[in-house]
Design a protein around this ligand. Structure first.
Ligand SMILES: Nc1nc2c(c(=O)[nH]1)N[C@H]1C(S)=C(S)[C@@H](COP(=O)(O)O)O[C@H]1N2
Ligand SMILES: [Mo]
Length: 315
C-alpha cells in the first residue's frame, strides 16, 4: 500500500492555540516595524539600534538581499518549531520537537562521495567553521498546503559544491539522512524505505537560493528542524529540503527519492511549487500561513522565486 502525506487541514492547530499564538501576534501588532521585528527576531538588530547583538560563537548576520518579506509576517520560532514534518520521529507534526529532543548529533560526520575528485568526510564543526552562516528570510511551502516564513542560517550551497570538486560527469546530487531507529521512533515503522533520501539536479543545487543550512532564527538548528545540517531549496515543496544529512553523493543519473518512490504520481522529482498543478488529492492554488492565524493566501509560482529560478526550467 502506498504511504501518503496527510490531507491538508483548514482548522487552527491545537499546538498553536496551546502556544498562545494569537495573543502573541496581537502583541506584535500590524506590519513589521523595526521595533516589532527586533523583538520577534532580536538577532536582526536594526540601523536605529545602537546595541550590538550579543557576542556569540554563532551569530549569522542578515543578508540584505533576503530581508523580511513586505507581504508576509515572519513565523514565530515557537510556531515553526512545533509544526514539523520529520517522519523519522513521527508523522504527528506537533510531537516532532518532543520526540527529537536529545537525539545524538555529536559527533556528526557528513560523507561526500561519487563523482568527485576525492571522496572525503567532514565533521559538522569543521563544516560550520569553513562555511560561516549568513541569515536569509525565505518562504517555506509544504506540499500539504501550508506555509511559513523562516529565517534560515547557512551558506550558499554552491560554495560547498565547489569545495567537493565534482567531476564533469556529475549531474545530480543524492542526499541521505540518518538511519537510527533506536533514537528515532518513526524509523521503527519499516513500511517506509529508511533512511530518507532526496536529490537535486546539480544546477539546482548550485543555484544561489539553495542554502546549506546550519541554523534557524539565529541559532544552530534544533533537532526538529534537521540538526545539525540540512539543505533548503525554497522554490520547491518542503520535502525536497532534506534534514539531518549524513551523506552527499554526486551522480550522473537522476537518483530515486523517498517520496517519489512511495507515491510517484503525487511527488515528482522536480516538485517545484506550482499553483496551477494540483496535487492529485487537493488544489495547490492556496496555502495556510501557519505563522499568521492560518490565513489562506494564494500560492505563488516557484513559491515567489520565479524571477530567480524559472530560467532553470526553460529547455
Ligand atoms: N530527513 C527528512 N527530511 C525532511 C522531512 C522528513 O520527514 N525527513 N520532511 C520534509 C518535509 S515534508 C518538510 S515540509 C520539511 C519541514 O521542515 P521544517 O520542519 O524544518 O519546517 O522538511 C522536509 N525534510
Ligand atoms: Mo512537506
Amino acid at each position: 500500500m502506498k504511504r501518503r502525506l496527510p490531507e491538508p487541514r483548514v482548522t487552527p492547530t491545537p499546538e498553536a492555540l496551546f502556544l498562545g499564538r494569537r495573543k502573541f501576534l496581537k502583541g506584535v501588532g500590524q506590519g513589521l516595524g523595526a521595533l516589532s521585528l527586533a523583538s520577534a527576531f532580536p538577532l536582526l538588530g536594526s540601523a536605529a539600534d545602537p546595541v550590538a547583538p550579543a557576542k556569540s560563537p554563532y551569530a549569522p548576520r542578515l543578508n540584505p538581499a533576503f530581508p523580511p518579506l513586505a507581504d508576509r509576517r515572519l513565523t514565530p520560532a515557537a510556531v515553526a518549531g512545533r509544526y514539523n514534518n520529520f517522519y523519522e520521529f513521527t508523522t504527528d507534526k506537533a510531537s516532532v520537537a518532543r520526540l527529537a529532543a536529545g537525539f545524538p548529533t555529536d559527533p556528526w560526520t557528513i560523507t561526500v562521495g561519487g563523482l568527485v575528485e576525492k571522496p572525503f568526510s567532514i565533521g559538522i564543526e569543521d563544516l560550520m567553521a569553513r562555511f560561516p552562516a549568513e541569515e536569509r528570510i525565505y518562504r517555506m511551502r509544504c506540499v500539504e498546503g501550508w506555509s511559513m516564513v523562516v529565517p534560515w542560517d547557512g551558506f550558499p550551497f554552491a560554495k560547498f559544491i565547489d569545495y567537493c570538486k565534482p567531476l564533469s560527469a556529475a549531474r545530480h546530487l543524492r542526499f541521505v539522512s540518518f538511519n537510527d531507529p533506536k533514537h528515532a521512533p518513526g524509523q521503527r515503522d519499516t513500511s517506509f524505505p529508511w533512511p530518507y533520501y532526496e536529490g537535486l539536479r546539480l544546477d539546482e543545487a548550485r543555484h544561489d537560493l539553495t542554502l546549506g543550512v546550519t541554523g534557524v532564527y539565529g541559532k544552530p538548528l534544533p533537532m526538529q528542524h534537521g540538526a545539525p545540517f540540512r539543505v533548503v531549496v525554497p522554490w520547491k515543496y518542503g520535502y525536497k529540503s532534506p534534514k539531518s544529512i549524513v551523506s552527499i553523493e554526486f551522480v550522473a543519473q537522476q537518483p530515486p527519492t523517498f517520496w517519489n518512490d512511495l507515491a510517484p504520481d503525487e511527488y515528482s522529482y522536480l516538485s517545484n511549487v506550482d499553483p496551477r498543478v494540483p496535487h492529485p488529492r487537493w488544489s495547490q492554488e492556496t496555502e495556510r500561513d501557519i505563522g499568521n492565524d492560518d490565513l489562506r493566501i494564494p500560492t505563488l509560482p516557484y513559491n515567489g522565486y520565479a524571477d530567480q529560478v524559472a530560467s532553470l526550467y526553460k529547455s
